[in-house]
Design a protein around this ligand. Sequence first.
Ligand SMILES: [Fe+2]
Length: 385
Amino acid sequence: MSTITTTITLVEKPITTIAVGEKPTTTLALEEKPISYDINLPYVRLPEDANKTTHYPEYLPTWDKIWFDPLQPFEFNDPALRVKDKSKSKLLTPQVKVSHIQPSIGSIVEGVQLSTLSNEAKDELALLVSERKVLAFPNQDLIDAGPSQQQQFMNYFGKPNYQPVSGTVKGHPGFHIIHRDGNKEEIAKFLEQKATTTLWHQDVSYEIQPPGYVMLGLLQGPEVGGDTVFAATDAAYKRLSPTLRSFLDNLSAVHSSSKMIAHVRLVGGLVRKDPVDTVHPLVRVHPVTGEKCLFINGEFTTKIQGLKEAETKVLLDFLLQHIIMGHDFQARVRWQPKTIVIFDNRSTLHSAIVDYIDEEHGAKPRHIFRLCAMAEKPIPAASPP
Ligand SMILES: [Fe+2]
């Protein structure tokens, strides 16, 4: 494996320099409009009984009237590249137990509290995430440490992402709240049209510098079900023929948030940012492992540059099916109480599994927060002509 090194550093900006106030064209008639009936898109307002079922009311989604300008290019230095001790002795102390979920992807890490890690240990954590792609840390006290501590922890790994449409924690726009309660109607409506709730995607791939490290924190979940499944996109790339790989290496694809923004506008939700369309390489090089990774997903990838519509569809469908069918390079994370998952959004696709639906009562409450650390501009596999 080759390693790419960079010398640039992460530049942090306070939130207040990004939020420039509410854009006058934004419609805010939330009370009069229906909630979203697409289970994979965020709520535009909260179901009425959410307060009754949640254990963490301060993490129920809120919609601050705030406007975000486009993300500007920023300097990023991957913390994993700072690690000199590849045995990761600051993170993996003798009391830490690492159990692999699958041989090549996913690990459960026990015996460590993320809240106590030194900066060196955080660097090693970034390296371990890059290597294993998905890490699950059960029973974390960081779950109860509050939004400021959680955001501060993730700021070490990259610049915060400010969600354009989804509900956040009040005063903490870096939080994306995934909250699903017993809303039987919403799920039934969704399943009238769709055969499954599964939707494989990467988070926020439309941004110019999409998230690298992503944290998911389980506040509340069903006893069984609601797993999250991950697929390794470097392994998926390697399984393709050399002929197809070299063709893909030279392609670029458009990633767009337009559909998501349009949907939320249609149902009267709050939009905080204009749609973003970005052209990314279809195969990106991971800055830490040096591996080539397929960089497409079913949610935001809309076009392959230089191909006709039908050609784009056939190729995207094939690549997505290839990734989805590849159970030999996937891992499924089962959530234990107070689990924090940190995954590498550059080398994986993931999907929630909404299988915790009770026919009589609807879904059991599941409440998760997500924090993204924005990383490098995707590195193309092919060098520019
Ligand atoms: Fe996601």
